[in-house]
Ligand binder design. Structure first.
Ligand SMILES: [Zn+2]
Ligand SMILES: [Zn+2]
Length: 387
């Protein structure tokens, strides 16, 4: 910090541009670096210092007079150096505070970097809309009707904002420049600083007779209905972009884009992982032991599958290409059928006898639980290896 104030800083070097760089090149270089080092993007303390430097360099090199001071070997931001930075020094004293301010500076907002009147016609904002769909719809696609609350062009004035037969007037407060300048005399010459004109909000023009429909905004809010074509295979969280279906901009500017964000409702039977589907089917112990044939309802068909004799609990059957169609390319995911083998819970006397006889033929020792045995004797049986 000390050396900074003592020595003129290399503002060209900070932005990585040559001394002959044009205003555009400086702007481009600054924009690129600001995006890279903005604290919202890059929380590293070193990056924050760098961000301050970048802002200071841009403040200086984007201003003809300050740039002239630099070219003469001075530092317009150094205390007593004749800069508009004033007390407080250069640290954090750049004209920009937040990311939006930087964007405003480049896209005609009110912040420091703007030159001249800002346009009344500006691009509209993008909009986002959540669309809830069933698994069947995300899997096979659907034409979904949607309604959006949005801004559309005012048809009364076609976006001009003026009442019929009237026109914009040049702002008298700023003479149409959109900014008010104040001149400060210093030993290095005059330093001009500019603020947006408060009378016309920086437009340079006023609307003496605003359009009665839109009050001068050039657009009105309304509810629109449209149909979105959802392709087969979309996934939860995906966004579909509908170009220029967002809000019309102020003054009838180009509409932004509308993004439709897919939200897939959970399905009663299938859970989805990518393009594969999973479901659970319960089979009785006997069927698992003997083998059986199951009819499985898939998303769009019925399939007959064989459960092999001796199937274990937790086994999985895979039905190829019975999952969700791939969004890109051809083919489909698979359907996995997880088998829950169910043990009978209530046996009548005959069934119990049959099962004990069955166990005996297999040489499987099954201890008889005493009905009054209670929890501890059952525990003991379990530790002794009796089922
Ligand atoms: Zn004005
Ligand atoms: Zn209007």
């Amino acid at each position: 910090m000390r050396t900074r104030n003592a020595v003129a800083r290399d503002y060209y070097g900070i932005l990585g541009v040559g001394r002959e760089a044009s205003d555009d090149e400086i702007k481009r270089a600054y924009r690129k670096l600001a995006r890279q080092f903005h604290p919202d993007v890059n929380p590293d303390p070193e990056a924050q210092e760098k961000f301050k430097d970048i802002n200071a360099a841009y403040e200086v090199l984007s201003d003809d007079r300050k740039r002239q001071i630099v070219d003469l070997g001075g530092d317009p931001l150094a205390p007593g150096g004749g800069g508009a930075g004033g007390p407080g020094g250069p640290a954090g004293a750049g004209p920009f505070v937040g990311f939006q301010d930087i964007m405003d500076a480049f896209f005609g907002g009110a912040a420091g970097g703007a030159r001249g009147p800002r346009p009344r016609t500006r691009p509209g904002a993008d909009a986002i809309l959540r669309l809830e769909l069933d698994l069947h719809e995300t899997a096979f696609g659907v034409e979904a009707p949607i309604t959006v609350d949005t801004a559309v062009l005012c048809t009364t004035c076609s976006g001009a904002g003026t009442a019929a037969g009237t026109h914009l007037a040049t702002c008298e407060a700023c003479g149409g420049r959109g900014e008010v300048q104040s001149v400060q005399r210093t030993f290095l010459g005059q330093v001009v600083s500019a603020r947006p004109c408060t009378v016309c909000q920086g437009y340079g023009t006023t609307i003496p007779h605003p359009c009665p429909t839109c009050a001068g905004d050039g657009r009105v809010r309304t509810r629109r209905s449209l149909t979105v074509k959802i392709p087969a295979g979309v996934e939860d969280g995906m966004r579909i972009r509908l170009a220029q279906q967002g809000e019309v901009g102020p003054g009838g500017g180009t509409a932004g884009d509308l993004y439709v964000e897919i939200h897939e409702r959970p399905h009663d039977v299938y859970s989805r992982k990518g393009d594969d589907l999973h479901c659970r089917v319960t089979v009785p112990m006997t069927a698992a032991a003997l083998g059986t044939r199951l009819t499985i309802k898939t998303l769009d068909s019925e399939e007959t599958v064989d459960v092999k004799a001796g199937t274990q609990p937790g086994s999985t059957l895979r039905l190829r290409a019975r999952g969700v169609p791939h969004l890109r390319g051809t083919g489909r995911g698979d359907l996995y059928v997880h088998l829950d083998v169910r043990t009978p819970t209530k046996l009548d006397v005959d069934q119990e006898k049959m099962l004990r006889d069955f166990a005996k033929t297999r040489g499987e020792e099954v201890a008889e639980l005493s009905k009054q045995g209670g929890f501890f004797s059952r525990m003991r049986d379990a530790f002794n290896g009796h089922a």
